[in-house]
Write a protein that binds this ligand. Structure first.
Ligand code: NAP
Length: 284
């Protein structure tokens, strides 16, 4: 592959070696015949500032931001889009001729992952577990459309803050609860969609789940934002309860597709991106 004159993109994080984004975005450049290359960059917390300066100096056109930099990156950026401002975290940066603009495409990615499985979140009763970056992005996006949202989190003050932020910014009342078996059981009784936005069940701790079969039921759709493994224990428990399941792969692909659109102004080749992700995951 000739990389001469290529536009360079990438992802920064720590750790970074397991990221599927390079394969996903390079497949997109190839599919569209664009002269772009996407690389993983291992950036520790203390190296975030010099890394951002390097990105500007080297004219890297756009990059994704992953753990642990999604919040810390904000202070180094020139502008934020509405979603990134609301969530207080950034997963995509566009280097617009030296001006660094931050976006958050995680919420949109989650909404599209539901929609492509014919689960329009509008008017649905949603139960969301988590109050970290991914949960905040999902909550702000879905709160605009859902009939109701109950959010449960291990650390209560964090979920109360999220509910307050949503109420303040969108004028929508959100129920905040501590994550416990009884609160989950009660929340799920009349729910249409359950979303896990915690790392619980993610490789290598694949024996963990936020909800067991007994608290689930067949009228609910269970969406796990975790994509490695594709079929988490939560999704297996949901299947056993007769529920429809959606893996985190769709969210990964759609948050990436939206980043690709922001950087290149091209319509992203979603299916080529999905194939690249699935190919990597099936090897693990
Ligand atoms: P984060 O900001 O660190 O937040 C982690 C959240 O998970 C917090 O609410 C935390 O609760 C909760 N949590 C962690 N360990 C837990 C446990 N053992 N039991 C119960 N709750 C626990 O992380 P994030 O950026 O939101 O990412 C969370 C996960 O979302 C990631 O691991 C990834 O799998 C997934 N994700 C997927 C995509 C995708 O494209 N599919 C994109 C982004 C993220 P406390 O507040 O109590 O600590």
């Amino acid at each position: 592959m000739s990389t001469e004159g290529s536009n360079v993109y990438g992802v920064i994080g720590d750790p970074i070696e397991h990221s599927l984004s390079p394969q996903m975005h390079n497949a997109a450049f190839k599919k569209l015949g664009l002269n772009g290359i996407y690389l993983p960059f291992h950036v520790t917390r203390r190296n975030l500032r010099p890394a951002v300066l390097g990105i500007q100096v080297l004219n890297i056109r756009g990059f994704n931001v992953t753990t642990p930099h999604k919040t810390a990156i904000v202070k180094f950026l020139d502008e934020l889009d509405e979603a990134a401002r609301e969530v207080g975290a950034v997963n995509t940066v566009h280097n617009d001729e030296g001006k660094l603009v931050g976006y958050n495409t995680d919420g949109l990615g989650a909404a599209r992952a539901l929609e492509e499985q014919h689960e329009d979140p509008s008017d649905k009763r949603i139960v969301l577990i988590g109050a970290g970056g991914a949960a905040r992005a999902i909550a702000f996006t879905l709160a605009r459309r859902a009939r109701s949202i109950i959010i449960l989190n291990r650390t209560k003050h964090r979920v109360i803050k999220l509910a307050k932020d949503i109420e303040q910014k969108l004028g929508k009342k959100i129920l905040a609860r501590s994550l416990a078996r009884n609160s989950l059981l009660e929340a799920l009784r009349d729910a249409d969609i359950l979303i896990n936005a915690t790392p619980v069940g993610m490789y290598p701790r694949t024996e963990q789940t936020v909800a067991k079969r007994k608290v689930l039921h067949s009228r609910i759709v269970v969406f796990d934002s975790v994509y490695n493994p594709m079929k988490t224990l939560l999704l297996r428990e949901a299947e056993a309860a007769g529920a429809k399941t959606i893996s985190g792969v769709g969210m990964l692909v759609h948050q990436g597709a939206e980043a690709f659109r922001i950087w290149t102004n091209h319509s992203p080749p979603v299916e080529a991106m999905r194939r690249a992700v699935m190919e990597q995951l099936s090897r693990r």
